[in-house]
Design a binder for this molecule. Structure first.
Ligand code: GLU
Length: 277
């Protein structure tokens, strides 16, 4: 069984890095006689646009990829995310946080803290709002909720372990290296970490193929799978496509948008060559 996916956010044009990721996943699925899914990560409605989504479909079809219809859209799944948050809340893994970004920066750089530590989501949360014991009562609505990582790790009955390409990874010291990540955001209900874990599980994804920029985030996804009793897929974090200065391509990097190459007369084969496939 081999089910993989490409999950872009429609917040800008797809660039060569996306083309690489999508074609690699599609090629692997083909080679394994499996399935390639397309999913639209449109949780952040303030940044997503229907015209970018239309361009995603168009660019990927032009590249020669195909996928089953209809595609899953995160914006249709808010109640699913809410239900999972409630499961975590009821088990005492979450707490409400009212810190602003500035509060976090200030607390993390207080002299007694030493140099601020960084995790997959930036500065590691210094724990200002973390309660001494798990909160009781109903889950607050429209609130920022963080995972109490130390509590979550303490409740594991066997070591966290997953496969990243050919390596067996056993994440260590998550409270210190990752910290209390945000799982519910006020503006969009859930955070990326929670939604991606639920989407992959609900779509039966067996192999997650995505860029090395997400290598560190995977340990968060694996602990969430454990807490929510979901299977852990195999992970493969591929190299990133960079510009000539070594910088990773970004959505605003229109010069490397697939659409720009298409308009200039490139063929899908040219794109494959450019990304080394
Ligand atoms: N929407 C996410 C991104 O574009 C997907 C990441 C993932 O594949 O998990 O970075």
């Amino acid at each position: 069984m081999f089910i993989t996916r490409f999950a872009p956010s429609p917040t800008g044009p797809l660039h060569l890095g996306h083309a690489f990721s999508a074609m690699l996943a599609h090629d692997r699925a083909r080679a394994a006689g499996g399935t390639f899914l397309l999913r639209i990560d449109d949780l952040d409605q303030s940044r997503c646009r229907p015209e970018w989504e239309a361009q995603i479909f168009d660019d990927l079809a032009w590249l020669g990829l195909n996928w089953p219809q209809p595609v899953m859209r995160q914006s249709d799944r808010l109640s699913r995310y809410h239900e999972a948050l409630k499961v975590l809340w009821d088990q005492g893994f979450l707490y409400q946080c009212s810190c602003t970004r500035a509060d976090i920066r200030a607390a993390a750089s207080a002299p007694q803290e030493g140099a601020p530590l960084f995790g997959p989501d930036g500065v590691i949360y210094p724990g200002t709002c973390r309660p001494a014991s798990p909160p009781t009562g109903p889950m607050p609505g429209d609130a920022v909720l963080r995972l109490d990582m130390a509590h979550a790790c303490a409740m594991l009955t066997s070591p966290l372990v997953y496969k990243d390409q050919d390596d067996i990874v056993t994440p260590q010291h998550l409270p210190r290296t990752v910290g209390d990540v945000v799982l519910a955001r006020r503006d969009m209900g859930a955070s990326y970490h929670l939604s991606v874990v639920l989407d992959d599980a609900d779509q039966g994804v067996t192999h997650v193929i995505r860029g090395q920029d997400l290598t560190e985030a995977t340990q968060i996804h694996v602990i969430l799978q454990r807490l929510l009793d979901l299977p852990t897929p195999f992970y493969y974090h591929h190299r990133l496509i960079r510009d000539e200065t070594g910088k990773r391509l970004a959505k605003r990097d229109d010069a490397r948008a697939i659409a720009t190459y298409r308009n200039a007369g490139a063929t899908p084969r040219d794109i494959r060559n450019m990304v080394g496939l």
